[in-house]
Design a protein around this ligand. Structure first.
Ligand code: ATP
Ligand code: MN
Length: 478
């Protein structure tokens, strides 16, 4: 029996008049003659030509959309439009039938909501095939970028006893019988009897442990799942998402920004080169979607143009303080168009403000630095002004914040003082503070939300559509 050849390879084949075996799922079957077969190796289908006069009618009936087939035949140059090669079938074997009456994925346009409810089957659509091939390439490119630069991939724990940001939006981890939780004499939960002998949770970030690695290995990165029990039912938040967190000894904030910008450009370029077909497909998909919008709401650039634009332009770098000035003077602020008006210095920026800066004012990715210390985490390096910290957020068109990072506070006294001010217990983080006791040095890092990157590269509008099985409030199906 001949080996299976993937459809992607067949479509690129220089050779014709050869015997091939191809396997996949039926996307369409027309005139009892032409099967469009797809195996997920590419968005493009291969056309199978059926000799229907010499094929058992019972078999023909079983060639329905969604059925899994194995086809043996000859690869020939195609005369038809839209393809250069096709397979003339010798033998068709039905590997798995698919009842057209009950199969949810019909050969028509389904809404994204419908497909989310059928996430177990949505991989079989062209849109989701493209999205998940792109997601794969981006993940690989992230590793390649860091590996080429000598970074060490560090696996930080998924179960931790610390809540890195002190935000408290964590999922608890326990093996207590929830109907019978051990209590102390005073009626509190007796965590001493729990699995780890203390309260634990799923990690919200690998940063603190990442810093420990960087204090010896110099350049590390993490790439793993993170969990946040935030009840934000938005198109940009998931309860389970993947984060990339490089941490680099001896880097300052400018090095940190350079690293983040280089990385983003590298992985976007990789995707453009590697998945040109998928990006072209998603570009067309978006153009169709844009047509349903009023003229003034349509995007000025296509998806491909947006990605190219991002590669070919320096990200705009400015301070939080400068951004506030711009926002205060902006037309939407003066015309009271923002839901959250920008009045004074010191408040956190809302996504509407971030998007105004990126999409309307600068019209390109923006890096904001030196935020007020009150709205940022305890570990960020304090500036001499006593008011701001060496933070940097990268804002992307259509997304808002895609990266959050900072130069870290490497001075023990300053760090402890800030922790006291913010009510963060220093004893619990003794191991973190040890890095500042024993050979501390300037260092910096950031967190890139992987799904937000995939959102940008695919041009999709909802983060739930760029992770195979999204976790969000009231949803953990599949
Ligand atoms: P936001 O203000 O958008 O909630 P954040 O300030 O909470 O973001 P960080 O704690 O700095 O985010 O996390 C680093 C990165 O992780 C963010 O820049 C973003 O790309 C991503 N991220 C944060 N929360 C989520 C989430 N719930 N789902 C998906 N990605 C997220
Ligand atoms: Mn958040």
């Amino acid at each position: 029996m001949s080996q299976r050849t993937k459809i992607k390879a067949l479509l690129q084949s220089q050779q014709t008049e050869i015997d091939v075996t191809v396997k996949g799922w039926v996307r369409a079957f027309r005139s009892n003659r032409f099967i469009a077969l797809n195996d997920g190796s590419t968005n493009n289908n291969i056309q199978i030509v059926v000799d229907f006069e010499n094929t058992d009618p019972a078999l023909l009936k079983r060639i329905t959309v969604g059925a899994a087939l194995s086809v043996q035949g000859k690869l020939i140059a195609s005369l038809g439009k839209g393809q250069t090669v096709e397979v003339v079938a010798n033998e068709i074997e039905i590997l798995g039938d698919c009842d057209p009456e009950t199969y949810p994925i019909q050969p028509k346009k389904h809404s994204l909501e419908f497909l989310r409810e059928n996430a177990h089957l949505r991989f079989r659509t062209s849109t989701f095939g493209a999205i998940f091939r792109l997601r794969n390439s981006l993940a690989f490119a992230v590793h390649r970028f860091f590996q080429e630069r000598g970074f060490v991939y560090l696996h930080t724990p998924i179960i931790t006893a610390s809540d890195a940001e002190g935000a408290g939006e964590t999922f608890h981890v326990t093996n207590f019988d929830l109907n019978n939780i051990p209590k102390t004499d005073t009626g509190e939960i007796d965590f001493k009897q729990d699995f780890f002998g203390r309260p634990t949770n799923l990690t919200v970030s690998g940063q603190l442990e990442g810093e420990l690695g960087a204090m010896a290995l110099s350049d590390i990165y993490t790439f793993g799942p993170t969990f946040r029990a935030e009840n934000s039912n938005t198109t940009r938040h998931l309860a389970e998402f993947w984060m990339i967190e490089p941490e680099v000894a001896f880097n300052d904030l400018v090095d940190n920004m350079d690293l983040a910008e280089d990385m983003l450009k590298y992985v976007i370029k990789y995707a453009l080169d590697k998945n040109a077909d998928d990006i072209e497909f998603l570009t067309q998909r978006l153009l169709e979607e844009e047509k349903t919008k009023p003229q003034n709401e349509r995007s000025e650039m296509t998806l491909t143009e947006k990605l190219q634009f991002c590669l070919n332009n320096d990200f705009e770098r400015l301070t939080y303080t400068e951004a506030i000035e711009i926002l205060k003077e902006s037309t939407p602020n003066k015309k009271k168009k923002f839901v959250y008006p920008v009045e004074g210095w010191g408040t956190d920026l809302q996504s509407e403000h971030e998007r105004y800066l990126v999409e309307k004012h600068f019209k390109k990715p923006v890096i904001l630095t030196d935020y007020p210390k009150e709205i940022k985490a305890f570990y960020m390096r304090q500036n001499d002004d006593g008011k701001t910290v060496r933070a940097m957020d990268i804002l992307f068109p259509g997304i808002g914040e895609i990266v959050g990072g900072s130069q870290r506070e490497e001075r023990l006294d300053k760090l402890e003082q800030r922790m006291h001010e913010m009510g963060i217990p220093t004893q619990e983080l003794w191991w973190y503070l040890d890095t500042r006791r024993f050979g501390s040095c300037p260092h910096a890092g950031f967190g890139l939300g992987f799904e937000r990157l995939v959102l940008f590269v695919t041009g999709m509008g909802n983060i739930r559509d760029v992770i195979p099985f999204p976790r969000f409030p009231k949803n953990a199906e599949f």
